[in-house]
Design a protein around this ligand. Structure first.
Ligand SMILES: [Mg+2]
Length: 378
């Protein structure tokens, strides 16, 4: 049979990279004793090369545990890509899912696929010589950006205010701070202080990282109404769709959630329960760009807003394609892994004009590589 295109995948490289964080990070899960402070992020990088020497990179990640498992699963399935047409991403995605069907369609299994899927999309956009957002069809060339990294709970209030001022000066438009401490009065004290520091016009969000129960979330949520927040994030357990739905109905402040979910199917449950006003999928966590695009279509159909979680290097492109004005989360943590930087201006993050995702991995990224595996012909 004649084929519609002749290029084929000839080589896949997987790398496991351990990125140390500058200081241990604590959100509410640490203050309630559920987790230890985070000291590193483990990334799974995939690099795909074709016979015509086209090239794409993608990555997935895990925080605290799961990095070695993502890498191990990717090593088991990556060989399936050799000889495949890299443009047929949906077909390849299906093959990778079936290759790992025994361990399911969510979590670690699909997070391993995510690195490969993202690399395929990067490759496709580079072949078209377009930024990924343009290949997909963008609604905008920049996306409203907010800073999270300055508002964690290990930081004293003065430092949070200082870093918020710096973020705004750097062209980032909104500020998110962490709440969800065992003492809710302390949460309210910090929110009040930051709102007074920023003034009424700066978009401000809070994130409880799932640490309230239903009554606490409602009581604190009501107390937060006066601060005109853009959203309250993860007020409840990530899987409590019914609780989120009740809260969303009771409060004027929009409810945002979804970052912890590991598949589109889990998000569909949230959407069907009307659990959130703003959906926060994470492409590496739900299995890559292919499932993210399917979810985004569904979320728009249900009138939801979008604020993807973490990994701005990927999500900037995806947010740029969403019909409703989205937000993208600014985190500088992954910067050392790449040679390029994203620009922020007048509160927005600019879609880079470089083809694909617009990133190349740095020398530092290679220095932090703890293991690598190759498939096909280099
Ligand atoms: Mg969050």
């Amino acid at each position: 049979m004649p084929t519609a295109s002749s290029d084929r995948i000839r080589h896949v490289q997987l790398s496991s990279v351990v990125l140390p964080l500058e200081q241990p990070i604590s959100d509410a899960k640490v203050l309630t004793g559920r987790q230890k402070p985070m000291t590193e992020i483990v990334l799974l990088f995939a690099e795909i090369r074709t016979e015509q020497d086209r090239h794409g990179i993608g990555f997935s990640y895990s925080k605290r545990a799961g990095g070695p498992a993502q890498y191990a699963h990717a090593k088991e399935i990556a060989g399936n890509l050799i000889g495949a047409d890299p443009s047929d991403i949906a077909k390849i995605y299906d093959q990778l899912l079936w290759a790992g069907a025994s361990v399911g369609r969510s979590g670690v299994a699909t997070q391993a696929i995510a690195a490969l899927d993202i690399a395929l999309w990067d490759l496709k956009a580079k072949r078209a010589d377009l930024p990924l957002a343009k290949l997909l069809g963008a609604h905008r060339d920049s996306v409203r950006a907010y800073n999270t990294s300055g508002g964690f709970l290990h930081a004293p209030l003065d430092e949070v205010k200082e870093r918020a001022t710096k973020s705004l000066a750097d062209g980032i438009g909104g500020i998110k701070i962490k709440v969800g401490q065992p003492d809710t009065r302390e949460d309210l004290r910090r929110v009040r202080a930051v709102r007074e520091h920023l003034g009424a016009d700066v978009p401000l969000m809070v994130d409880a990282n799932q640490q309230w129960d239903r009554p606490t979330a409602l009581r604190v949520g009501r107390a937060l109404e006066e601060f005109d927040l853009v959203w309250i994030e993860e007020p409840l357990d990530a899987y409590d769709a019914e609780g989120h739905a009740h809260l969303a109905e009771q409060l004027d402040t929009p409810i945002a959630t979804g970052e912890m979910l590991g598949s589109v199917t889990e998000h569909v449950r949230l959407i069907e329960a009307r659990a959130a006003d703003i959906i926060q999928p994470d492409a590496p966590r739900i299995g890559g760009i292919t499932p993210f695009l399917r979810l985004a279509t569904l979320a728009d159909h249900h009138g939801l807003q979008l604020a993807p979680h973490f990994a701005m290097e990927i999500h900037l492109h995806l947010a740029a394609t969403y019909p409703r004005e989205p937000w993208v989360e600014h985190f500088e943590w992954l910067n050392p892994l790449f040679n390029e930087r994203l620009e922020t201006l007048d509160g927005r993050m600019l879609v880079p004009d470089r083809p694909g995702l617009g990133f190349t991995t740095s020398e530092q990224c290679r220095a932090w590589t703890v293991d690598a595996a190759e498939f096909g012909t280099a």
